[in-house]
Design a protein around this ligand. Structure first.
Ligand SMILES: *Cc1c(COP(=O)(O)O)cnc(C)c1O
Length: 353
């Protein structure tokens, strides 16, 4: 019973190459569930692309990527003395030289300066995201601490919110702070800038080197290369009033219960109820047979080109869908399409053609 990600290999690889061509300073991001592909696969893909650095989310993930990609590993989570995996990397014979730590507080930087070896660091500036990072005065202080030795300073990092309008105003302010801190001509590790914004920045700040850390637009940027399918496991015709499911619900009308692969273990959750609470939408729902009025909620599974309703909340590894009577009913073994968030889904197989 499988929930599978099918990748059109030629198309996907062509897209990856095209992104690298537009962004020669690209730093692929491999973290979390590996954007649905798995971090091990992304690590090998990054090696195939020929980039010199991969960004990982956490210090633990360094160990997942390192055997499959032999370049540098930038850790996006800021280094903290209370994260055991972060501390362990400092004295790891094989990895200490390859890992670049993100630092966002002066205390952490002081701890790294005092640590064995000379850890490689980038200083994160706090952006309007307010996630991590130094204030402008904090950055000046950090540059002084780093300048005294004990660490190798490899640039500054800015984590910008997702694109809405232009980021350039904010980036310009942050770069002014970078220069004020004495880091003219450093490497600036950025996220979520569009190609034209990167081009404009490179033109306006020619002494800086911009390195875009990119995950979604790289791995998932060509959705047409990706297809997710689930397998029909069982089919049960029901009459109105028939009882089904863990909760002993009754079918609100005649139709079919379809059992498909894919459940909570894959990251499939209940989606928002279908309403659209407008009177018109509700009237339309009732006219459709009262399914959402009966409390059925939308599922990510499509059958016959239509997104279908869960008959009840997804189970651990499968889901029950309700198809109203007139629908074309697939057979066990058929596959149906699924639309879901790649960053929250664990696939049974990733099949790259
Ligand atoms: C996840 C992450 C990225 C990549 O984000 P995408 O939206 O997947 O491109 C870049 N920078 C930081 C700090 C991140 O945590």
């Amino acid at each position: 019973m499988t929930l599978d990600l099918h990748v059109d290999g030629d198309r996907w690889r062509a897209h990856l190459r095209a992104v690298l061509e537009r962004r020669p300073e690209l730093v692929p991001v491999a973290k979390g569930n590996g954007y649905g592909f798995g971090n091990h696969r992304l690590a090998r893909r990054a090696a195939w692309l020929g980039v010199d650095t991969v960004a990982v989310g956490t210090h633990q993930e360094v160990r997942e990527i390192a055997p499959r990609f032999d370049g540098d590993l930038l850790v996006l989570t800021p280094w903290r003395p209370f994260l055991p995996d972060a501390v362990a990397l400092l004295t790891d014979e094989d990895l200490a030289e390859r890992v670049v730590h993100t630092v966002g507080r002066t205390d952490d930087l002081a701890a790294l300066v005092a640590s064995p070896g000379r850890p490689r660091v980038v200083l994160e500036q706090c952006t309007t995201m307010l996630r991590h990072g130094f204030s402008p005065s904090g950055l000046r202080e950090a540059v002084e601490i780093a300048g005294a030795g004990g660490v190798r300073l490899e640039g500054v990092a800015l984590h910008l919110p997702l694109p809405q309008g232009s980021h350039l105003g904010e980036v310009e302010r942050l770069l002014t702070d970078v220069v004020a801190a004495g880091l003219d001509g450093t490497t600036v590790w950025v996220s979520h800038l569009r190609d034209h914004e990167l081009d404009q920045l490179a033109a306006r700040w020619p002494e800086m080197r911009f390195r875009p850390r990119t995950g979604t637009d790289l791995w998932l940027g060509d959705r047409a290369a990706l297809r997710v399918t689930s397998t029909v496991l069982d089919v049960h015709p029901v009459e109105r009033g028939d009882v089904f499911g863990y909760r002993g619900r009754t079918a609100p009308l005649a139709g079919t219960i379809l059992v498909v692969s894919g459940g909570t273990a894959h990251g499939i959750g209940l989606e928002a109820p279908t309403g659209d609470a407008s009177v018109k939408a509700r009237a339309a729902a009732l006219a459709r047979g009262g399914l959402d009025a009966a409390g059925f909620v939308r599922s990510p599974f499509s059958v016959g080109g239509k997104q279908r309703l869960f008959a009840e909340p997804p189970h651990m590894q499968s889901s029950m869908l309700f198809l109203p009577h007139a629908s074309d009913v697939p057979s066990p073994g058929d596959v149906v399409d699924v639309r879901l968030r790649f960053t929250t889904t664990t696939f049974d197989h990733v099949l790259v053609s």
